[in-house]
Design a protein around this ligand. Structure first.
Ligand SMILES: Nc1ncnc2c1ncn2[C@@H]1O[C@H](COP(=O)(O)OP(=O)(O)OP(=O)(O)O)[C@@H](O)[C@H]1O
Ligand SMILES: [Mg+2]
Length: 358
């Protein structure tokens, strides 16, 4: 059919055959870029197993339940599965069940008809309809209200949903994945999670081990994050002191890979040379953060002077000093300076004005 019309734009606005091929090539290239970007780091035994599971899940259509502590890469795994599946060119829709107020979650997921409730002026598609033909990732599923869990179970079983205020079912074609950093088995015992939904979701369970159980990947992660931030900051920090590694290995990383990434970013901001040293690590890692002490500071007197002191004045002076230093070190980049000082950008701006440092 399309060939009979070569040279004439099809009435329905479809691209011409050669344009379609170009679009396809473009899309394939984009997909490859995204695929490369989401390639996960890690070659440890536990990660090899995770890659195997990603491959299997990408070939299947069953529901995947991804568990693991905060920051272990659950969302990355979900995206990796989607991008390697036959749905790669379609939508990947994340629903953070913990972030949606309980009374809105049904209309967010299922959509609503015109006039379904006060404020529902127009019909609106829900996130699951947006994910049609693609993948829906139900993040923090453990936080979903029980009533909604029952409705979700029906959607998983029938691929049909009913918009809020609707009278008929809408058919969808969605691949579901879910994640939780909460122990769902315990939530079941506590009556907070439906057992039938749990079994329905966990057809293909994938567990991400905490970073402390795959420390053989530590150096890979550090190298990759150094690369990433070197590029982003136009720096060339290339070395990590062996003592720095020792401190990092002893730490238990409750925030896992996300925490490690933040620690490296911060260390690079603190580090003036090309080597990350223990002093560039946050104090909670055990390698005392001495970098500021090294810069001449108006360091507080150890003893309270016999005639007392002006506490507010001393604190103000310290605050002003460190803000000035942080702005110097980051060449006036407020976002980075605020990070260095563990305050928000607004808090930094307020102080810059207060101290007339702008
Ligand atoms: N294997 C990995 N390779 C590279 N980066 C990773 C890896 N695992 C996690 N990360 C990084 O760590 C951060 C957290 O990852 P992600 O958001 O996938 O974790 P999560 O398990 O969903 O966390 P949460 O439970 O807090 O939602 C992201 O910045 C991600 O890029
Ligand atoms: Mg997540």
């Amino acid at each position: 059919m399309a060939h009979a019309q070569v040279g004439i734009r099809p009435a329905d606005g479809l691209p011409l055959p050669w344009e379609a091929a170009r679009l396809r090539r473009q899309r394939d290239r984009l997909l490859k870029e995204v695929r490369d970007r989401y390639k996960m780091i890690g070659s440890s035994e536990p990660m090899q197993q995770v890659y195997d599971q990603i491959d299997k899940a990408a070939r299947a259509t069953s529901t995947v339940l991804i568990t693991g502590e905060s920051g272990t890469g659950k969302e990355m795994v979900a995206r990796a599965i989607h991008l390697n599946s036959s749905r790669a060119g379609e939508a990947f829709v994340t629903v953070n069940c913990a972030a949606i107020p309980p009374d809105l979650i049904e209309s967010e997921l299922f959509g609503h008809e015109e006039g379904a409730f006060t404020g529902a002026r127009k019909r609106k598609k829900g996130l699951l309809e947006v994910a049609d033909e693609g993948t829906a990732f139900l993040d923090e599923i453990g936080e979903m209200p029980l009533k909604m869990q029952a409705k979700m179970l029906r959607v998983l079983e029938t691929q049909k949903l009913r918009r809020v205020g609707g009278t008929r079912d809408v058919e969808i074609d969605v691949r579901f994945m879910a994640a939780s950093n909460r122990d769902l088995k315990r939530a079941i015992d506590e009556g907070l999670f439906r057992e039938d939904l749990y079994y329905r979701l966990s057809v293909m369970p994938i567990h991400l081990p905490p970073l402390r159980e795959r420390m053989e990947d530590l150096e890979l992660f550090v190298a990759a994050f150094l690369d990433e931030f070197n590029q982003a900051m136009g720096r060339s920090v290339g070395r990590v002191n062996p003592e720095t590694y020792r401190v990092m290995r002893q730490y238990d990383w409750p925030g896992n890979i996300r925490e490690l990434r933040n620690v490296i970013e911060r260390a690079m901001l603190l580090c003036e040379g090309d080597e990350i040293q223990p002093a560039h690590l946050p104090a909670e890692l055990g390698g005392a953060d001495l970098s500021y002490a090294a810069a001449e500071t108006p360091g507080p007197e150890e003893e309270l002077p016999s005639d007392g002191l002006d506490l507010k004045g001393v604190v103000t002076e310290l605050e002003r000093h460190y803000i000035e230093k942080a702005m110097e070190r980051t060449s006036g980049n407020q976002t980075e300076a605020a990070k260095l000082l563990s305050i928000s950008r607004d808090q930094l701006r307020y102080r810059l004005e207060k101290y007339d440092l702008d």
